[in-house]
Ligand binder design. Structure first.
Ligand code: TMP
Length: 216
């Protein structure tokens, strides 16, 4: 992976399998940082640019996306990311903003690489090309056991998207993939137990963020 480019802002990403509580935790953290006077921007992947949202629709909901090969899927996630990095993330970080990403390159490593089985080297090369050196200072991995995640998703009662409808074994592969990745990059990825109550999870995340900001 290429060298991280230093900027005045702070770049944080959240990762985890479906049902890990990412949206809740991102909301709680953004609110707390904003109250403390920080300029916070929350972005999601795929998406958060016009082109990225069109790619998201194709990947998740459009009937044209149903026959996508794993290779095409990888390149579409990367295309959305390449656009987002240059159109939004870099300018925001250069202006001193606090940028929170709901998923970033680790999702591709885990979902397309480890869970879908694309060659690791190809996924790493595509990821590196898409981000061009813009890496998060901190990545929070919300870890929850597959049973709990599965139950949370099915409790919503809404229609599941293409990824959420994967079999339970896929979820387990995703979880193990993330834990392996965190073990390989302890300097960037922090694992947080997301099975705890939301307030407790939030406190732990806030502490991690403060530590990393002061370590700059
Ligand atoms: P979410 O925004 O609701 O978490 O959904 C995004 C879905 O896309 C989720 O199932 C994970 C998947 N995904 C990948 O497979 N690869 C990627 O690179 C990204 C960003 C997401």
């Amino acid at each position: 992976m290429s060298e991280n480019i230093a900027t005045p802002g702070f770049f944080l990403s959240f990762e985890g399998s479906e049902g890990c509580g990412k949206s809740t935790q991102i909301g709680l953290l953004a609110e707390r940082l904003e109250k403390a006077g920080q300029r916070v921007v929350v972005l999601r992947e795929p998406g958060s640019t016009s082109a990225g949202e069109a790619i998201r629709h194709l990947l998740q909901h459009a009937k044209e996306g149903r026959s996508l090969t794993p290779e095409a899927e990888l390149l579409l996630f990367a295309a959305s990311r390449a656009q987002l990095v240059r159109e939004k993330i870099r300018p925001l970080l250069e202006a001193g903003g606090f940028v929170i990403l709901d998923r970033f390159l680790d999702s591709t490593t885990v979902y397309q690489g480890l869970a879908r089985g694309l060659p690791e080297a190809a996924v790493a090369a595509v990821n590196a090309f898409a981000i061009g050196g813009t890496l998060p200072r901190l990545t929070v991995l919300l870890d929850v056991d597959t049973e709990t995640a599965w139950a949370r998703i099915h409790a919503t009662g809404r229609e599941l998207d293409r990824m959420e409808s994967q079999p339970r074994e896929f979820y387990e592969k995703v979880r193990q993939g993330y834990l392996g990745l965190a073990g390989a990059h302890p300097e960037r990825i922090a694992v947080v137990n997301a099975a705890l109550a939301p307030e407790a999870v939030h406190e732990e995340i806030f502490k991690l963020v403060e530590e990393r900001r002061h370590a700059l």
